[in-house]
Write a protein that binds this ligand. Structure first.
Ligand code: ATP
Ligand code: MG
Length: 418
């Protein structure tokens, strides 16, 4: 029989890499805590309508990328392609934002999108996600952008660029949309097939088409800044001023519209100069209409999601530190067959005292055991004479010196030295 492999676009995270992932999540967790964000976890699957109504019917995610299936009860279920809609649903369902209350929430975990797998693009990938709900003030936008940048600073990422735009609101976007339809209709001959389709369904998306022919046309498109209503214009000015006060530089990009319908006002991305084609490490913005789109009341929000897989690629590329490689501190070795049982008991005692310890369980000889001990700080060796004297030989693996210690003092002895 042929061996069954993992599905295309998925990856196994092996021990050689998993400790680095743990470092990224730990750093994120600390950063979120320092910014006053609380951790939550939401389901990996939701009702399909949450995404079709929340993210938007005409977005790439909903049109082409979702893993949707009917469950055994005949309900349409979708593996979450992103977290924001689920976090908003969770906040509404659990009344986290009633009567003007706000909630700062973060989460991390796998997302699923049926895309063409390539470097930095997978079908199961991981995001760290932060959402600030219930606040319409521009200070919240600045807080979220600054949170993402502080996380990347702590991880040691360099060569990043912040790109921002305003995509307007339900008042001014229809006006801009019409301007775009008029403009692009006059340039139909130069647009790709997909953009011709977008022209009637979602003309804003033509602005971020990656095809060169469309890019050239889009460069000449009307500027959204000229269409923003007073409120959106003022909000954007405040976001920019806030970023400048904190000393962050950014680039304005009127073509940044992002792929999700729920964005209003601020949209932003953080790009890495070391990722090649898939260069976005984080994306986010404000989404004041998401709540009503999924059946809730008026709950404004602003947040971001960053791709852990891509952070990992950049950190490897830039030689960033992942902290200490985790290792076992003490290795307990048996000199002879008869000592194996005592060795396991000693290992057990050390662990109960909070000292990381290992012993051989596969029947390997003393030499092989000591080879493993070489990676630890100390070896605890038990042979016939140690058993007879109720002692253990403790060897400092770095210094190479060995001392005999009564078994019942081994824990304290090691505690002092580790
Ligand atoms: P892209 O432009 O790369 O398709 P996106 O705009 O679809 O990104 P978002 O929905 O904003 O991505 O998700 C936020 C972040 O999640 C991205 O900036 C990226 O780091 C990461 N991400 C998105 N899709 C994938 C994927 N298929 N594989 C790995 N990471 C991804
Ligand atoms: Mg995408």
């Amino acid at each position: 029989m042929t061996l069954i492999n993992a599905p295309r676009g998925t990856r196994d995270i092996l021990p050689s890499e998993s400790w680095k992932w743990a470092y990224i999540i730990k750093t994120a967790s600390q950063t979120m805590q320092d910014f006053g964000f609380s951790e939550i976890h939401i389901p990996i699957f939701e009702h399909t309508e949450l995404f079709s109504r929340g993210v938007g019917e005409t977005t790439d995610i909903v049109e082409k990328e979702m893993y949707t299936f009917n469950d055994r009860g005949g309900r349409s279920i979708t593996l979450r392609p992103e977290a924001t809609a689920g976090v908003m649903r969770c906040a509404l369902e659990n009344n986290l934002c009633v009567q003007g209350a706000s909630a700062k929430l973060w989460s991390w975990g796998p997302m699923f999108r049926h895309e063409r797998p390539q470097k930095g693009r997978y079908r199961q990938f991981y995001q760290i996600d932060a959402e600030c709900l219930g606040i319409s003030n521009a200070m919240a936008d600045v807080e979220v952008i600054s949170l993402s940048l502080e996380l990347f600073r702590r991880l040691g990422l360099r060569n990043l660029e912040v790109v921002i735009n305003s995509v307007g609101c339900e008042k001014c976007r229809p006006v801009y949309r019409q301007k775009l339809v008029d403009y692009f209709s006059a340039h139909k001959d130069s647009l790709c097939e997909t953009c011709l389709d977008r022209l009637s369904r979602n003309p804003l998306r033509i602005l971020d088409c990656k095809k060169e022919q469309c890019g050239l046309v889009a460069d000449g498109a009307p500027d959204i800044f000229d269409s923003l209503c007073d409120e959106c214009r003022e909000h954007f000015a405040q976001v920019r001023a806030g970023l400048e006060r904190l000393g962050f530089s950014y680039r304005l990009d009127k073509r940044l519209v992002r792929g999700l319908d729920y964005y209003t006002k601020t949209a932003y991305e953080i790009l890495s100069g070391d990722l090649g084609a898939q260069n976005a490490v984080a994306g986010g913005g404000r989404y004041d209409n998401l709540s009503s789109a999924i059946g809730g009341g008026k709950v404004p929000g602003v947040g971001f999601a960053c791709g852990v897989d891509r952070i990992m690629l950049v950190m490897e590329e830039q030689g960033c530190s992942f902290g200490q490689v985790p290792k076992t501190r003490v290795y307990c070795a048996a000199l002879d067959e008869e000592s194996r049982a005592s060795v396991q008991v000693l290992t057990h005692e050390l662990r109960k005292a909070g000292i990381s310890a290992e012993c051989d369980t596969s029947g390997r000889g003393f030499k092989a055991q000591m080879k493993n001990a070489g990676a630890c700080d100390f070896a605890c060796i038990i042979g016939q004479s140690e058993r007879e004297n109720n002692s253990v030989a403790v060897k400092d693996m770095k210094a190479g010196v060995q001392e005999n210690v009564p078994v019942n003092e081994a824990v304290n002895y090691l505690r002092d030295r580790l």
